[in-house]
Design a protein around this ligand. Structure first.
Ligand SMILES: Cc1ncc(COP(=O)(O)O)c(C=O)c1O
Length: 357
């Protein structure tokens, strides 16, 4: 029997999302490839985890809707707990969104380049994926996005892998002009100057998603939050796994939400290092976009190898960065996560060695 007989055509046809490399812990790479936080969570958060963990209770299922997390997030962000849905990372929330709102054949529109998981999930759902190039100067292509009458529009703000953040009034305009649902993916928003929370008050078709994987240094625990109108979240609850957030992660997320202020010094350092790296790479001939996230997108200088060559050269020197070789618009670009100050020094030393021998 041919495998084509068994597997859904949508699955056969999709390439599948390619996550960044997670090397063996024994190998001492400087890891600048998957936008994790280079700092551990603040000591008060680690202590709260240690105090709250009760391994004996792991034989019991977790609270199905992660109510403790929703309540802690409601207090932290000043919205109602009913307006919050918790996911096993924000990738889980994206899966839930696609499954809730996109029927086979319906359109999902995104500006591109962006987070490529959106495409994979739309394919999996049998949706029609429309990637609209960003307008000049990375502006939101409002007309282009609306042209295909999408059922779901997804805007990453700040965007990955560019790091830029479109103006919030354009997001509001999109919400007003579309008949579909708008998802604002705020995975990197804690590194940005502003966020879209206030837009929720005015738009019944807007859902925000956030993650604890980046700013909160909890990528290994898999926690994401969706904020949105109760009527939409009620439908999403029906779609998610009954126990989609495990007990340990719920405990950890509550502790992090109760100590949000303790993260500020770390976030400030990352913003500072982002600016310093942008300047330093520009001085060395890289073209670097201004970023509002915890990474920068840099076009490598001419006259040496291309993007893949830089990726491999840095890897050989023990530094992992991200390269999106199968996107023609990103050839010769590297996405570099902001690491600890000493890691940025090592990166620049290696860049100098490449450039000047
Ligand atoms: C734009 C964007 N959204 C969502 C995610 C997923 O984050 P997680 O599933 O770890 O919450 C990522 C991760 O790289 C991302 O870049």
């Amino acid at each position: 029997m041919n495998i084509r007989h068994w597997v859904r055509p949508e699955v056969l046809d999709m390439a599948g999302y390619q996550p960044g490399e997670q090397p063996d812990a024994a190998r001492p790479f400087i890891k600048l490839n998957t936008n994790e936080n280079p700092f551990n969570p603040p000591p008060a958060v680690l202590q709260a985890w240690a105090d709250a963990l009760d391994f004996g209770r792991l034989r019991l299922y977790p609270e199905p809707s992660a109510r403790p997390v929703r309540e802690a997030a409601a207090a932290a962000y000043g919205i109602d707990a009913a307006q919050i849905l918790v996911g096993n990372g924000s990738d889980d929330l994206l899966t839930i969104l696609l499954r809730t709102f996109v029927a086979p054949g319906e359109c999902v529109a995104v500006p591109e380049p962006t987070y490529s998981l959106y495409h994979s999930l739309a394919q999996l759902q049998g949706g029609r994926f429309v990637g609209v190039p960003w307008d000049q100067a990375w502006q939101l292509p409002v007309a282009g996005l609306l042209a295909s009458a999408p059922k779901l529009l997804i805007i990453a703000r700040p965007n990955a892998p560019t790091g830029h953040a479109v103006p919030l009034p354009l997001v509001a305009e999109l919400c007003q002009r579309t008949t579909g649902v708008v998802v604002l993916d705020e995975a990197y928003v804690d590194f940005a100057d502003d966020n879209g929370l206030a837009l929720l008050r005015d738009h019944a078709n807007l859902i925000l998603i956030r993650t604890f994987s980046k700013s909160m240094a909890m990528a290994g625990l898999r926690i994401g939050l969706a904020f949105g109108p109760v009527a939409l979240l009620e439908q999403m609850h029906k779609v998610r796994d009954s126990y989609n957030v495990n007990r340990l992660s719920q405990v950890a997320a509550v502790a992090a939400l109760e100590h949000l202020a303790d993260y500020q010094p770390f976030l400030q350092t990352i913003r500072h290092e982002r600016q310093a790296l942008t300047v330093a790479l520009r001085q060395r001939g890289f073209e670097v976009l201004d970023s509002q996230a915890n990474f920068v997108l840099a076009r490598v200088p001419p006259g040496h190898g291309g993007g893949r060559w830089w990726l491999e050269t840095l890897r050989a020197a023990g530094i992992l960065v991200r390269y999106f070789g199968n996107d023609p618009s990103l050839v010769d670009h590297l996405r570099i996560t902001i690491g600890r100050p000493e890691e940025m020094v090592r990166l620049l030393e290696e860049v100098d060695r490449v450039l000047h021998g």
